[in-house]
Every structure is written in structure tokens, then in C-alpha cells.
Write a protein that binds this ligand. Structure first.
Ligand code: ATP
Ligand code: MG
Length: 160
């Protein structure tokens, strides 16, 4: 069982540092239920990839909103930015390994195109799925959905 609250706060703390001079405005919302049955290091790498992408693909002064919420369906992590956005033709292929959308391919923004392939893989391992919503110039939202069976009530007691 992973407590995603501390994890998300930690990643956003690191992301603020990464944002540096771009000075993005970060908003983090985390709901009451934040224990997920899953592998901590895998989940951390998935969530970091999404949050670091938001920093990377959002120009100075943009907003980044990270929201963890739960409902009858399960748990949802949304990473929303006001960045460059993605042309809809690219969206179906974004989670392929090494795939990078225009203009990232040509731009000086470094990257190998593996981040979202990792996210997809981690979600697959956790019965989750990824939703991508984006409009060129308006920004993007990446949402990870986890089924309710993945939510836990409490951390397992430490062996004594
Ligand atoms: P890596 O993550 O391996 O360093 P990368 O960021 O290019 O490289 P992915 O994270 O897999 O690779 O993302 C694939 C492509 O999706 C990116 O190259 C970029 O074109 C697009 N993309 C991902 N996240 C965003 C975002 N938040 N806003 C706009 N475009 C994005
Ligand atoms: Mg990336």
C-alpha cells in the first residue's frame, strides 16, 4: 500500500525546483482517501513523469494543477497545465516508446520520448488507465484512473 499524499507533495516540491525561473504557479489538491494498493517506486516514476512533463512543456508563468480525488469509481490523479498543448493527431501515439509530438522533436527541449511509455506501463500494472485531453495553445490534462479495488483503508501494520 502506498500513501500517495506524501509522494505527490514531494514530487511537486521537486517540480517547483525544476520549474526554477519559469516560476510556474502550482496548485496541489489531495482528497481524504489517499492510500493506494500498488508499488511505491513504480507509482512515483509514473506521477513524476507526468508532473515533470507539465513543467517542461509549460512556458514561464503558466499554471500547473495536480489533483488527487476519489469517488465511487475509484481514484483519479489529474495533472493539468496551461502549456503548449498537443495536436490531437499525436495523442493516440504519445504513449509509444520514443514518440515525441511536434514541436518537441525539433525543439531544444531534451527528452527521449520514454516518459509516457513508462506511465502507460505502470498503469497497466495497476489496473489503471490514462486519459489525455489537450488543445494546442491551451494546455493539457493527463488523468490516471485507478479502480476502487485499488483504494486501501489503512496502511498495513508494521511487523512487530
Ligand atoms: P522523456 O520523458 O523520455 O524525457 P519526453 O518528455 O519527450 O521525453 P514523454 O514524456 O513520453 O517524452 O512525452 C511524449 C511527448 O508528448 C513529448 O515529447 C511531448 O511532445 C508530448 N507531451 C507530453 N507531456 C506534455 C505536456 N504536458 N504538454 C505538451 N506536450 C506534452
Ligand atoms: Mg517526459
Amino acid at each position: 500500500v502506498t500513501d500517495v499524499k506524501g509522494m505527490i507533495n514531494q514530487i511537486c516540491h521537486d517540480a517547483r525546483a525544476l520549474s526554477g525561473e519559469k516560476g510556474h504557479e502550482f496548485t496541489v489538491n489531495i482528497s481524504e482517501r489517499h492510500l493506494l494498493r500498488g508499488d511505491e517506486s513504480q507509482l512515483r516514476s509514473a506521477f513524476s513523469n507526468l508532473i515533470f512533463n507539465a513543467v517542461k512543456y509549460t512556458p514561464a508563468g503558466g499554471q500547473i494543477t495536480v489533483t488527487w480525488n476519489t469517488d465511487r469509481e475509484g481514484a483519479h490523479l489529474s495533472v493539468k497545465d496551461t502549456g503548449i498543448g498537443i495536436d490531437p493527431v499525436h495523442i493516440p501515439r504519445l504513449t509509444e516508446r520514443f514518440y515525441r509530438a511536434d514541436p518537441s522533436r525539433h525543439k531544444e527541449t531534451g527528452g527521449t520520448g520514454l516518459g509516457l511509455a513508462i506511465v502507460k506501463h505502470v498503469l497497466l500494472n495497476h489496473d489503471g488507465k490514462l486519459d489525455i485531453r489537450s488543445r494546442i495553445g491551451d494546455g493539457s490534462e493527463f488523468i490516471c484512473h485507478f479502480p476502487r479495488e485499488r483504494l486501501a483503508e489503512q496502511l498495513p501494520e508494521t511487523a512487530s
